[in-house]
Design a protein around this ligand. Structure first.
Ligand SMILES: Cc1cc2nc3c(=O)[nH]c(=O)nc-3n(C[C@H](O)[C@H](O)[C@H](O)COP(=O)(O)O)c2cc1C
Length: 324
């Protein structure tokens, strides 16, 4: 294919891209057509200066959106070649996608794409059923296919040690009133196209909980409905930690999340131990892996739930102005 992408292709692919997860559901992305290519940029107005001062979370979210964009284009038979951060002078442009040779999508691409609109962060307790070895292997493969690793934390001692790091990071963050205020700005008791709806927030923390829960004002849990006693906890990591590596990690995160959804699994994200530098370093040392942890996840069999809202796709497209 020598011609570029069209506005229709951009709109269709962006409709899938915006289903990606983002910190507090800020949806910090914009999409445009330029010289026949689709460009994905950070939306500077949707940064979280207190929760995400370095921009790590924004790049993870944009990486996840980029994975959906790639997948949507491939499933439509118009796959793309991707260049990350194509303009050194403009680091807000996360990626540029140009058309590659058209081909039929693979069955694996079709199943992952079908999971895009079913995936959601499930913060409620999961069933205690263990995640089978085959599904665990698939999750690891998903991370490796995107040049990252996924470490499954196995054994009570290792899970308790990670949980302790996560809880102490949570306490550090919660001591900062500006952090709590920023989160409160994105909590939504009424229907809204962004932010975290109360119904998706998960139950408030209780003293017996192993892993910390970011409070989004969810409803109290029913008596006895505690979190699963032996959660499957996984850490996603990348070999480097440059801005481009974080975009790569975001793509790997989304591939892992869609693979989990396709396997009938639920996931919640726990990023407090990534956001606090000392905790991230403790996590890195405890794993003994080469590279940098980019996300902690709790994986299991959850109750059904619904996807959270997104802004209409036209709000995130920068389309050329057609002269009247
Ligand atoms: C970088 C990043 C960090 C996140 N950290 C957390 C977290 O610590 N706790 C949590 O409950 N959700 C976390 N999330 C999930 C978002 O809150 C969630 O993706 C967003 O509200 C949209 O909802 P959805 O995932 O159901 O589509 C994180 C998401 C991203 C991309």
């Amino acid at each position: 294919m020598t011609t570029g992408f069209t506005v229709e292709q951009l709109r269709a692919a962006a409709t899938d891209a915006v289903r990606a997860p983002s910190l507090h559901n800020t949806q910090p992305w914009r999409f445009r057509l330029r010289d026949g290519g689709i460009e994905l940029s950070v939306d500077p107005l949707r940064r979280l200066p207190v929760t995400d001062p370095s921009g790590w979370g924004t790049r993870i979210a944009c990486g996840a959106a980029l994975f959906n964009l790639r997948l949507a284009l491939a499933v439509a038979g118009t796959p793309a070649t991707v260049r990350l951060r194509p303009y050194p002078a403009d680091p807000d442009v996360v990626a540029r996608l140009v058309p590659d040779l058209p081909r039929r999508p693979t069955p694996a691409e079709q199943s992952l794409s079908a999971a895009i609109h079913r995936r959601f962060s499930n913060r409620a307790p999961f069933w205690p059923d263990p995640v089978p070895a085959e599904a665990r292997w698939r999750l690891g493969e998903a991370a490796r296919a995107e040049q990252c690793w996924l470490e499954l934390v196995i054994g009570t001692g290792a899970v308790n040690a990670l949980a302790e790091v996560a809880r102490s990071a949570h306490r550090v963050l919660e001591r900062d009133p500006a952090y709590a205020a920023e989160r409160a700005e994105w909590m939504r008791a009424e229907p809204s196209p962004d932010g975290v709806p109360t119904a998706a927030g998960g139950p408030p923390s209780e003293p017996q909980d192993l892993l910390p829960q970011r409070g989004f004002g969810g409803r109290n849990r029913a008596p006895g409905r505690d979190f699963e006693p032996e959660p499957l906890v996984a850490v996603l990591g990348s070999t480097g930690n440059t801005a481009a590596d974080q975009v790569i990690a975001g793509q790997a995160l989304q591939r892992v999340l869609l693979t989990a959804t396709d396997a009938g699994l639920s996931v919640s994200l726990i990023s407090q131990p990534i956001e606090v530098p000392g905790a991230r370093e403790a996590l890195r040392l405890s794993l003994g892996r080469f590279g940098t942890p980019q996300m902690v996840m709790r994986i299991g069999y959850g109750q059904p739930g619904t996807a959270t809202p997104r802004r209409p796709v036209d709000e995130v497209l920068d389309l050329p102005v057609v002269p009247a």
